[in-house]
Structure formats: structure tokens, C-alpha cells
Design a protein around this ligand. Structure first.
Ligand SMILES: Nc1ncnc2c1ncn2[C@@H]1O[C@H](COP(=O)(O)OP(=O)(O)OP(=O)(O)O)[C@@H](O)[C@H]1O
Length: 314
């Protein structure tokens, strides 16, 4: 699979340049978007509802025509070489669509036939085992649970052994245990060399899974960085302080960015980590004659960065 690569290892798995999409009726869903998905990574494509993520994925899968710009998948231009581009990518769509009268086994066999995978090279049972659906191989698709259907979609996207797997909101509505199973399989594929692109609303998941994250908002790319660097951009830290008496009013100090009275004795204080530290915040409270009885801090996470960046670009 990944060995049949037509491109040198240093080249990106997906290269998107100046990609724009204006739908009939005038809605601009993508506006001059440029980024690369490095080979071998787990890449997160994030953005609020309506940001343009599905539009981008649908352009890659050939379901939506772009208005302008270029996209190359595994080195193949989607206009000049659409067949090879399509064969290089497996897409797990957001919507669950199956013929309810086919069994999981038949669903995968049909898909393999669609991609022209010779019978002796098919790995239907191996894929069903990998997504924990071996015992459902001959059940009708309509009898599968939502989580099982999602896992079947992942297997279906892998029948032609593409070097790139794209998952569009794969865990929406899937319970936590199944989500973990799904991610374990995705990580396994990534360890085998498959490049993964995923969109998700679960920022915690993206933070844990992705090597790199791009955020789009209103059709524009607002950031594209290694996950660690992105999380490091968060400037705000939070200290939650419980004091010894009920507070009638919210105390203020120059080092507090924001203060909330969460209960009558608990303050949630936000400060900028480049301008103050937790010691200064606590000292400012004590200077007001308050005794501190409990303290906890929270490190900024991807959600803080995401909210800041998307709010700034709104
Ligand atoms: N076929 C279409 N015709 C017209 N407008 C569309 C069409 N499909 C999507 N849009 C609009 O384009 C914008 C981007 O939609 P898109 O589905 O790509 O966003 P998204 O980031 O995937 O959102 P979500 O997370 O809700 O799926 C939205 O404003 C949407 O209403």
C-alpha cells in the first residue's frame, strides 16, 4: 500500500494550494486555503460548524468541484489525474450511508469490486476483524448499532489500501468506549504508515491524537501548526481559589485578566502567563485580607487556543 508511492518521502501526502469554493447561490465556503498534510502524520482539520471542513474533504474525494486552486493527493493532481488521486485516499464520510440489505461482508466485497481490487488481494475478513465486526460479517447492515456502522465505514474506506485515510467527524454520536476502539485502530493504521486526516469537534481528542492541526474559520485557514506549538500559544492560565469567608464583591487586581465568583467563597481567576504568575495572583488575594483555604490551577489547552483564534478571526 504505502510502498506503491509515486512520490519521494519528503513530499506531502496532500498539498492544497489557493483552494477556493463558491457554491451556487454565492456562498463562499473556502477562501484561498493553502496547506500541506505531511506524510505519515495524524493531521487534524478543525473549525466551528460551517467553517468549510466538509467542503474541503468533499473536494478531495471528488464529490464537490472546486472553484479555483489546486489539490494534489499523494502527488496526483485531482484535475489532471483524478483516478489515481481517488485511489490514494479512503474517506470515512460524516453521514452513515449503507444499503441496509447488504451484510458487512458484502458491503466490503462490493466496495473492493468498485475499486477493482482482485479477489485474491481482498482482505475483507481481516478488515472486519480489525474493526471488531467479525461476528457481524453476515448480519444485515440495518441491524448494526450506530457505532458498528461507523466502524464498518472505516473498514469500507480501507478496502483499496489507500496510503491516506480521511475521517470526517468519525466519532459524532459514538460512545466513549467505541471511540477509543476506533482511535486505537486509526493509530494502528498510522503506525503501519497510513497518513490520517480527521475532522472532529472533540478538541481533547484532537489534542491527544494529532501531530499537527489546521484550523479553518469562515472558509479561511487561520492556523496550521504542530499540536504542541499550537497548545503552547495559549496565554491564559486559570487559578481557582477558595477563601475563608463569603465575598460580597469580586476583588480586582492589575494582574487579574478576568475574575468570576463561582460560589460565594470561590474565585476563578484568569491571568496572562507572560505578564503574571500564580504566586502574584495569590499574593494579590492575601493583600485584600483574605485567607486562602484551597487552590487549584488549570493549564491552557487546545480549547482555549481554538476559542481565542476563532473569536479573533470572527
Ligand atoms: N451544497 C451547498 N450549497 C450551498 N452552500 C453550501 C453547500 N454545502 C455547504 N454549504 C455552506 O458552505 C459553508 C461550509 O459548509 P461545510 O459543510 O463545508 O462546513 P463544515 O466546516 O464541514 O461544518 P460542519 O462541522 O457543520 O459539518 C456553510 O456555510 C454551508 O452552509
Amino acid at each position: 500500500m504505502t510502498d506503491s508511492s509515486p512520490i519521494p518521502a519528503a513530499q506531502p501526502a496532500i498539498a492544497i494550494e489557493s483552494l477556493s469554493k463558491v457554491y451556487k447561490g454565492g456562498k463562499q465556503a473556502l477562501d484561498n486555503v493553502t496547506f500541506n498534510v505531511p506524510r505519515g502524520q495524524i493531521f487534524g482539520l478543525l473549525g466551528p460548524n460551517g467553517a468549510g471542513k466538509s467542503t474541503l474533504i468533499n473536494i478531495l474525494s471528488g464529490m464537490v468541484n472546486k472553484t479555483s486552486g489546486t489539490a494534489r493527493i499523494w502527488g496526483f493532481d485531482i484535475d489532471a489525474n483524478p483516478r489515481n488521486a481517488k485511489n490514494s485516499i479512503g474517506i470515512v464520510p460524516q453521514e452513515i450511508v449503507f444499503d441496509p440489505f447488504f451484510t458487512p461482508f458484502e458491503t466490503l466485497e462490493n466496495q473492493a469490486g468498485f475499486y477493482g481490487v482482485p479477489k485474491d488481494q481482498r482482505k475483507t475478513m481481516e478488515l472486519l476483524r480489525a474493526v471488531h465486526l467479525e461476528d457481524k460479517a453476515n448480519a444485515y447492515a440495518r441491524t448494526l448499532s450506530g457505532g458498528m456502522k461507523r466502524r464498518l465505514l472505516v473498514a469500507k474506506a480501507m478496502v483499496h489500501s489507500p496510503p491516506i485515510l480521511v475521517l470526517d467527524e468519525p466519532t459524532a454520536g459514538v460512545d466513549i468506549q467505541l471511540r477509543q476502539q476506533l482511535w486505537a485502530y486509526v493509530k494502528h493504521l498510522n503506525n503501519l504508515g497510513v497518513t490520517i486526516v480527521l475532522t472532529t469537534h472533540y478538541l481533547e481528542e484532537a489534542e491527544q491524537l494529532c501531530d499537527r492541526i489546521a484550523i479553518i474559520n469562515h472558509g479561511r485557514l487561520i492556523t496550521d501548526k504542530p499540536t504542541r506549538e499550537l497548545v503552547g500559544m495559549a496565554q491564559e492560565k486559570v487559578v481557582v481559589v477558595t477563601v475563608d469567608r463569603a465575598l460580597a464583591e469580586v476583588p480586582v487586581a492589575p494582574c487579574f485578566e478576568k475574575v468570576e465568583l463561582t460560589t460565594d467563597r470561590t474565585l476563578t481567576i484568569t491571568y496572562q502567563k507572560d505578564k503574571a504568575n500564580a504566586g502574584q495572583v495569590l499574593a494579590a488575594i492575601q493583600e485584600k485580607g483574605l485567607q486562602i483555604v484551597d487552590v487549584s490551577t488549570r493549564d491552557p489547552d487546545l480549547e482555549d487556543v481554538f476559542l481565542n483564534l476563532t473569536a479573533a478571526a470572527a
